[in-house]
Write a protein that binds this ligand. Structure first.
Ligand SMILES: [Zn+2]
Length: 155
C-alpha cells in the first residue's frame, strides 16, 4: 500500500486503494501545542474538560482524542518515562546535596511525593504529547476532522 492511500473494501473481497488527503502540521507546532495542553492538531483549548478528563473529540477540529484502540498506552508510556526521570533526578540531587550523610527518611518522603504528584501533574501533557507524536507520524486525514474546521482552513 502506498503512503497517502487507504484500502477500502468493495463487496466481500475486492479492495481499492484511494487517496487520503491529510492535514500535516509542522512538528514544532504539534510539540508547542502539546506542551501547552492544547489540541496538537488545531491548538484549541478544548481538548480536556478537566485536568484528568479528556474529551472524546476536539471541539474545534473534531479529531478523536484517542485516534485508535491502544492510543492510551503510548500516553501511559510517556508518563512513566517522565515520572521515573523525575524520581531519578530527585534521588541524584538529594544524594548530591546531602552526601555523605544522606537522610533516609526525608529522601524516602521526597521520592514518594514525587512518585505520587508528578504522574498526576504530567498526565494531561502525556496525552497531548503522545497525540503530537502520533500526528507527526500519521498526519490527520480529512475524514478524521470536522468538515466545518476544514471549511475554515479553506476559507
Ligand atoms: Zn483540535
Amino acid at each position: 500500500m502506498q503512503e497517502g492511500t487507504q484500502r477500502t473494501m468493495i463487496g466481500n473481497a475486492a479492495m481499492i486503494e484511494t487517496a487520503v488527503h491529510t492535514r500535516p502540521v509542522r512538528r514544532w507546532s504539534l510539540l508547542g501545542r502539546a506542551l501547552r495542553r492544547r489540541c496538537p492538531q488545531c491548538g484549541s483549548k478544548g481538548f480536556f474538560s478537566s485536568w484528568f478528563k479528556m474529551n472524546d473529540h476536539c471541539p474545534t477540529c473534531g479529531i478523536a482524542c484517542d485516534r485508535e484502540d491502544g492510543h492510551f498506552v503510548g500516553a501511559v508510556g510517556f508518563n512513566t518515562i517522565f515520572s521515573f526521570g523525575a524520581l531519578l533526578i530527585t534521588l541524584l540531587v538529594g544524594t548530591w546535596i546531602t552526601y555523605p550523610h544522606i537522610p533516609v527518611l526525608p529522601m524516602l518522603g521526597a521520592t514518594f511525593a514525587v512518585a505520587i504528584v508528578v504522574p498526576m501533574l504530567f498526565w494531561p501533557f502525556s496525552q497531548t504529547l503522545w497525540m503530537a507524536f502520533d500526528l507527526g507520524w500519521r498526519p490527520a486525514a480529512d475524514a478524521e476532522l470536522d468538515p466545518r474546521y476544514l471549511d475554515g482552513l479553506a476559507g
